[in-house]
Design a binder for this molecule. Structure first.
Ligand code: HEM
Ligand SMILES: CC(C)=CCC/C(C)=C/CC/C(C)=C/COP(=O)(O)OP(=O)(O)O
Length: 304
């Protein structure tokens, strides 16, 4: 049943903000910004600061809209998981219709503004990423297959491409590698977390890998995905797409990622295990992406 009831008071602005999953979106927006700042000038011109700001705003609004539509669609699941129970919809602080209108309105606004103020390529990729997260991941795959986050995770990998396209009107090998990096990073990022919130997903009936295939298989998959992820992370350097600053930072931080992932991949746990290595890998995965994308920008601006 829907949470819609005429007795609900109007939702607070904080509830609308919570619908946009602001903490997760900071990294989404950061990768978009770095994709933009890593792009070369076109005909001697870099992107105008106002257009750059508008493009980043559109990525933030589009990602927020996708988060809101995700929460609109899966309020029933969120109500069953401890981690998500206090969100505005399952907690009964907001009408479901309001969340739907907010999400659709924000999505349309972000795409139209991107098209009008920036360019068609960035608007098109933004549209694809919103649709990917909402329709492919949330509606289609999440409740059906443990490969949900592998395929659906592509949604979160688009922002570097959007940023680059906003600056150049085009895509190129470097942003495609960055897409590959985030795409291959998502499984270890998410499965590390899924290992320690497995019961939540089991209670909600979501077929995440540890629930369906067990811990052992999940750990092995974390290890296996880390290998191509590491290649995508370091490849821009030997391919001559970045300089040694990026190369050095990406290599060092990726080696540490590999070590932490290997620890998780080779562990077996007992019933009262505190899951410290899994929590560490999850936290590090977030820091890692911030640092690698930050290094890209530092490298580009130091060697320009
Ligand atoms: C399908 C792909 C993904 C899934 C299923 C996933 C899942 C999750 C979950 C369940 C959390 C815990 C959030 C919470 O407690 O509310 C989380 C945290 C986080 N995720 Fe992901 N994630 C995915 C992709 C991404 C992507 C692409 C990014 C950014 C590029 C990202 C960035 C983050 C950040 C920054 C946090 C920490 C948020 C905080 O501090 O609360 N995630 N992720
Ligand atoms: C530009 C643009 C549209 C970007 C989209 C960004 C995007 C797809 C991010 C994915 C990260 C994310 C919030 C996963 C949460 O999974 P979940 O929804 O299963 O997590 P939950 O259990 O916390 O709801």
């Amino acid at each position: 049943m829907t949470a819609a009831t005429p007795l609900l008071p109007p939702a607070d602005w904080r509830d609308f903000l919570a619908l946009t999953k602001p903490r997760v979106m900071t990294l989404v927006v950061f990768t978009g910004l770095c994709g933009m700042l890593a792009a070369p000038p076109v005909n001697g011109h870099t992107i105008h600061p106002i257009i750059a700001f508008t493009a980043i705003l559109c990525i933030a609004l589009g990602a927020g809209a996708a988060g809101a539509l995700n929460q609109w669609y899966e309020a029933d699941l969120d109500a069953k998981m401890r981690r998500t129970q206090k969100r505005p919809l399952p907690d009964g602080r907001m009408d479901r219709q309001a969340a739907l209108h907010f999400g659709v309105g924000l999505a349309a606004f972000s795409v139209i503004l991107m098209f009008v103020a920036v360019n068609v390529a960035a608007a098109a990729i933004l549209t694809v990423s919103i649709l990917f997260y909402v329709l492919i991941y949330t509606v289609w795959l999440k409740r059906r297959t443990p490969q949900n986050i592998v395929i659906g995770g592509a949604a979160g990998a688009f922002p570097p491409l959007i940023g680059w396209a906003a600056a150049t009107g085009d895509v190129a090998l470097l942003p495609l590698l960055l897409f590959g990096l985030v795409f291959l990073w998502t499984p270890p990022h998410f499965w590390a977390l899924a290992l320690f919130v497995k019961t939540d997903y089991a209670n909600a009936g979501v077929p995440m890998l540890p629930v369906v295939a067990g811990e052992r298989v999940t750990r092995t998959h974390i290890g296996l995905y880390t290998i191509p992820m590491a290649i995508a992370a370091v490849a821009p350097w030997p391919l001559g797409l970045t300089g040694p600053i990026y190369g050095g930072i990406a290599t060092a931080t990726t080696i540490l990622f590999g070590v932490l992932a290997l620890i998780v991949a080779t562990r077996t746990t007992g019933a009262d295990d505190t899951m410290k290595p899994e929590k560490r890998l999850f936290s590090y995965s977030i820091l890692y992406l911030f640092v690698v994308f930050g290094a890209l920008v530092v490298d580009r601006w130091v060697f320009a």
